[in-house]
Design a protein around this ligand. Structure first.
Ligand code: ADP
Ligand code: MG
Length: 282
């Protein structure tokens, strides 16, 4: 499918580090009664049971829950990497059947090609999609994450935080309506993570793609998102959704605000109730 946006070069009157702001009309995700059962060694694991949710274009949604609750499974199903056993998943009305350039994906590690420089990594997607000048698109997006100066370095020469920023630039460089992140900052130290949170929100503010962000960290989920889908285990699934009505831009002050504390208490109480249910069922 030709990508309408990829052929658009940055506007000449804009500074190169600011890609054209997208209108937020694409990236509408519908998760309709999706279950995923894995069968291995004659054992069936219900990784996700009857998950339903609607994610609006441009929305930032966090999938929050402990290990094993099906977060990655749901994200991979949206990406088209995992096929639902039952139910339907669609993006902008099209049923998801396989991965494609409309959904950019960022993992905790190993998101980059180690044999390519930062610029080559970012320019790779535009090149594959036949952009007129992939290198210029690559530079624009490296600029967006503040790494143009490091364009000729290889991933191994960059810090973990920088690698993830290149990963974000690479995922965004094909202008995907949906960006999927699976615990992308899990391997970073606490200070770098805090900086990355603010960086990611700045990028998202500039480039309103729909974001689905997987985490097991309550504070990270609340700080970043418009809505938290709290997940449950045994079997995995969506337990409930909590809107995060905290004004943006969010800063370090947000973390100590009464609104933040209220939502945090609410989510922690849901998680505790859920943990007790699982504990008593064992
Ligand atoms: P999370 O990301 O929340 O930690 P996952 O989605 O990775 O959880 O896994 C949910 C459940 O599905 C777990 O019990 C996990 O062991 C199982 N699972 C995930 N992927 C596979 C697979 N490819 N084959 C078999 N079981 C799997
Ligand atoms: Mg996972």
């Amino acid at each position: 499918m030709p990508n309408r946006l990829i052929s658009e070069e940055p506007q000449p009157d804009l500074p190169p580090q600011v890609p054209p702001r997208r209108e937020t009309v694409r990236g509408h995700i519908n998760i309709d009664d999706v279950s995923v059962v894995f069968c291995r060694n004659r054992t069936a694991t219900v990784a996700l049971e009857n998950a339903s949710a609607e994610i609006k274009p441009g929305e930032f949604v966090a999938l929050l829950g402990p290990s094993g609750c099906g977060k990655s499974t749901l994200l991979n199903a949206i990406a088209g990497i995992v096929k639902p056993t039952s139910g339907t998943l669609s993006v902008d009305g099209e049923v998801v059947r396989e991965p494609n350039e409309t959904r950019g994906m960022i993992f905790q590690q190993h998101s980059l090609f180690p044999w390519m420089t930062a610029l080559q990594n970012v320019a790779f997607g535009p090149k594959m999609l036949g952009a007129a000048n992939p290198e210029s698109v690559g530079r624009t997006f490296l600029g967006l994450v503040g790494l143009e100066k490091f364009k000729d370095l290889y991933p191994a020469q960059l810090s973990g935080g920088m690698q993830q920023r290149v990963g974000i630039a690479r995922a965004l460089a094909t202008y995907p309506p949906v960006l999927l992140l699976d615990e992308p900052f899990g391997a970073l130290d606490a200070q770098t993570r805090t900086i990355m949170h603010e960086e990611l929100l700045k990028i998202w503010n500039n480039f309103r793609t729909t974001v689905v962000f997987v985490t097991h960290d309550v504070d990270e989920a609340i700080f970043l998102s418009d809505r938290v889908l709290v997940m449950k285990t045994m079997p995995g699934g969506i337990k409930c959704e909590i809107p995060v009505d905290i004004p943006r831009p969010r800063t370090s002050e947000t973390l100590v605000s009464p609104d933040f504390a209220k939502i945090r208490r609410e989510i922690i109480s849901i998680i505790r109730e859920e943990s007790l249910r699982v504990f008593n069922a064992q």
